[in-house]
Design a protein around this ligand. Sequence first.
Ligand code: NAP
Length: 279
Amino acid sequence: MTKIISVDETVNGIREDLKEWSSKFLSVHGRMPSLVSIIIGDSKEADVYAQSKVRSGRRIGVEVTARNIDPDLGQKKIEDEIRKLSDDSRIDGIILENPVPKELNYISLLSCISPLKDVDCMTPYNQGLISMKSQIVLPATAAAVDQILKENFPEVRDVAIINRSVVVGKPLSMILLNRDCTVTVCHSKTRDLRKKCASAEAVVVAVGHENFLTRDYVTDNSVVIDVGINSTQNGIKGDADFDSLNGFVRAITPVPGGVGKLTSIKIFQNLKLLMDRSA
Ligand code: NAP
């Protein structure tokens, strides 16, 4: 029997802690903790991410503001805007939503966010701290995957990740390595991908292709962590072929309702960690 991994209890627990924290903060400071979600240009995707944070913030007691910035301002003025937000003592956390228009230098924009307000752990400074095992926060998605593995399968040590992005694969590989896992980081040029995945105890898939991960990549002892989010005619689907893997593998996360659900609340948990550090 395949275990369908639920994150509900974990998410509810984190939410209750955060509600208590935000209400204490309000009573002491006379305002709610605040988070600004920056959208550059008119990306529908970035807007959806921002609005979802606004809704989650309402449930937790965090004031989330979506701030649109006109890409025509150009690199320097946009950087000035981000620095201004970052220096504002009434703003506790900042996130730069993706996608950012290609003509802008994304890393330079990220570098304008104070590491102590970097709720998605995307600044070069905070990313660097992970490899030194000295992080204050972790990128939300990578942290969510790590928590799911740690809570449900603490004995799992060999992990294959199909993704090498700075959002998922690179930080996750470091996080897992830091807690003594052996990690195989795979990508589109990896040879013998199926074999590498099948020989791991857990496979984390984040390629962005519906039904990518089939039975050929796993064994009946595999744990499958599906990070993919694909909008299809039948709704949101992951990267794993859920119907064929369910009943075959040891365990699998559902999409929606798995990694994504935990990732959403991790941003707010990071906000709390950073504010505690700044206090
Ligand atoms: P990305 O930067 O495009 O990374 C995709 C990765 O998949 C790359 O490393 C790519 O390899 C690899 N890949 C693509 N096709 C492959 C193939 N045929 N064989 C092996 N590897 C392949 O995307 P991302 O931002 O990391 O996001 C990946 C997926 O995760 C997307 O579906 C995204 O929506 C989802 N996501 C979910 C959450 C969540 O909270 N659940 C958060 C973030 C992202 P190369 O490096 O060689 O190109």
